[in-house]
Design a protein around this ligand. Structure first.
Ligand SMILES: Cc1cc2nc3c(=O)[nH]c(=O)nc-3n(C[C@H](O)[C@H](O)[C@H](O)COP(=O)(O)OP(=O)(O)OC[C@H]3O[C@@H](n4cnc5c(N)ncnc54)[C@H](O)[C@@H]3O)c2cc1C
Length: 479
């Protein structure tokens, strides 16, 4: 519901300005345009074709939890949507103000509040850019070990809101494993805290209710995360395998042997040929795999040797430590110009996760669904985040010349997503692993969950009866 009535607009402006101050609210067109597009391909393409995206009425920049609370109370009174905006680097359209209303930008809430050296934990406001948090911790010899490729442009709140993950997740976990506790402002303005420790038997875990809720249940304003000492030793090693299957056998054995790599990253033959060659200059046939170990030097040496022995049992060529270190050095380059795909290309990351029994079937099912149904699309993938029981597939499709007509382009784009994601789900994968659902995948939530989706709908209705928090996202109804 957009506030088309101009008196209401003025009244809303006055009330919001009273909370944040006139310098921290804007309704001018340039600012609204800047907050109308995140990293989702459709709004980027829409703008590229000269079509404006839906815009918010106002953007506000609160500095405290109390200000957030007051903003939500005002929005509740007017029944106006509130979309929380962190870095705007999400790839699922989660932060887009598709029904107008208020953009609540969290970036002024960016303080590190406490570093607890006894517990090894940090409490910070969630508008902090994650790289800034890391810089502050590194000065103390500590780290959250949350190193996503978007570390420089995304906020802590953004990662919590959609279950993000970093490059060292195989050892340190995803953001949901790093959380200790959090403060949340509910849609009615109430400020709540989850329990001070992440393990208890005092009922269900409220942390995990809000993690992954993508701004639909409230605004996460503070979070306490676990910390780790910076490792004394950080080592990498790389191999080329005859093919992806051989490399998968090695990666799986490393995990099933219960070694504790910080990272395993396995690129299929197509991505090895395309991106490993372009970014690392390694021009080899086959599937590139890199792994890393870190911590105490003696333990690292033993674990690394065990992992090398496992890799050598397969049909593989040992590329050595230097080729592994080179990957670490360039780990973020894969995601930025000139290596990343960009308009006019259409591209999407169909990330999913499955058990070791299913993961290769998921890879092939998605590849067939994309390439057989859309001959104009290329499918590539790598396996990034590894668990004791399976791993994550970061599959991508790329279409070099999508239609110029924006409606045709959007329809083609959505059809590739439908085919790819349905193939993943049917083969034992899931809708998404760490980018979230947002606007992009909401229509598929009921297919993923079946009857169980009604539990989410009931929770949403109970916590947000006026449906003001990020309506129309995650498969929930629009405003
Ligand atoms: C180049 C690039 C590389 C990337 N690499 C990674 C990666 O390695 N790992 C990864 O996980 N993701 C990655 N992403 C995706 C993106 O960075 C993440 O989705 C990130 O968490 C978005 O954070 P943000 O602050 O930009 O959130 P936004 O895009 O601003 O918001 C995302 C969603 O979270 C909600 N939200 C934001 N803050 C809050 C809050 N405080 N309370 C409640 N809801 C909130 C928004 O309403 C929205 O629904 C990458 C993106 C880019 C552009």
């Amino acid at each position: 519901m957009k506030t088309s009535n101009s008196y209401l607009q003025e009244m809303l402006y006055s009330e919001l300005a009273d909370v944040v101050g006139r310098e921290d609210i804007t309704g001018n067109k340039a600012d609204k345009a800047a907050y109308s597009c995140d990293y989702y391909w459709i709004p980027e393409m829409w703008l590229d074709r000269g079509c404006p995206n839906p815009m918010a009425d106002f953007i506000v920049h609160p500095e405290t939890t109390e200000e957030v609370s007051r903003i939500l109370k005002i929005a509740g009174n007017y029944k106006i949507p509130v979309v929380t905006w962190g870095g705007g680097a999400g790839s699922q359209g989660g932060a887009l103000p598709v029904y107008g209303g208020i953009i609540l930008d969290t970036k002024k809430m960016n303080r590190v509040l406490n570093i607890d050296r006894d517990t090894f934990s940090v409490t910070a406001e969630t508008g902090i850019i994650t790289q800034h948090l890391e810089w502050e911790l590194e000065g103390e010899g500590l780290s959250t070990m949350h190193y996503p490729a978007s570390i420089s442009c995304s906020t802590l709140g953004g990662f919590l809101a959609h279950r993000g993950t970093g490059v060292l997740s195989t050892k340190y976990g995803k953001i949901e494993d790093m959380i200790m506790s959090m403060e949340v402002v509910l849609p009615d303005g109430k400020i709540i805290n989850t329990l001070p420790v992440p393990r208890h038997a005092a009922g269900p875990d409220l942390n995990q209710l809000f993690i992954g809720s993508e701004g639909t249940l409230g605004v996460i304003t503070k979070a306490t995360l676990k910390l780790h000492p910076l490792p004394a030793e950080r080592q990498f090693h790389a191999f080329i395998f005859k093919d992806m299957h051989a490399a998968m056998q090695a990666g799986k054995e490393i995990m099933l042997s219960r070694l504790r790599p910080s990272v395993i990253r396995l690129y299929d033959e197509a991505e090895t040929k395309k991106l490993i060659k372009r970014v690392l200059g390694i021009d080899k046939q086959g599937a590139y795999l890199v792994f890393g170990f870190e911590g105490d030097r003696e333990i690292v040496e033993i674990e690394k040797k065990r992992a090398i022995d496992i890799c050598l049992k397969q049909d593989s060529e040992d590329l050595g430590s230097e080729m592994g270190r080179s990957w670490w050095k360039h780990r973020y380059d894969f995601f930025y110009p000139p290596h990343m795909f960009a308009l006019p290309q259409a591209f999407g990351t169909l990330d999913t996760v499955a058990t070791f029994s299913n993961i290769e079937n998921v890879y092939w099912a998605m590849k067939r669904a994309v390439e057989n149904n859309f001959p104009e699309a290329v499918y590539i993938g790598h396996f990034s985040h590894w668990y004791e029981w399976g791993c994550m597939l970061y599959a991508r499709f790329i279409i070099d010349n999508p239609p110029q007509d924006p409606h045709e382009a959007a329809q083609l784009y959505n059809s590739v997503w439908d085919a790819g994601v349905r193939a993943a789900i049917n083969a034992g994968g899931v809708l998404n692993e760490h980018h979230g659902i947002g606007l992009k995948l909401g229509r598929l939530m009921k297919e993923q969950y079946g009857e169980a989706f009604s539990i989410f709908e009931k929770i949403k209705e109970a916590i947000d009866p006026n449906n003001i928090m990020n309506p129309g996202k995650m498969g929930f109804k629009g405003a």
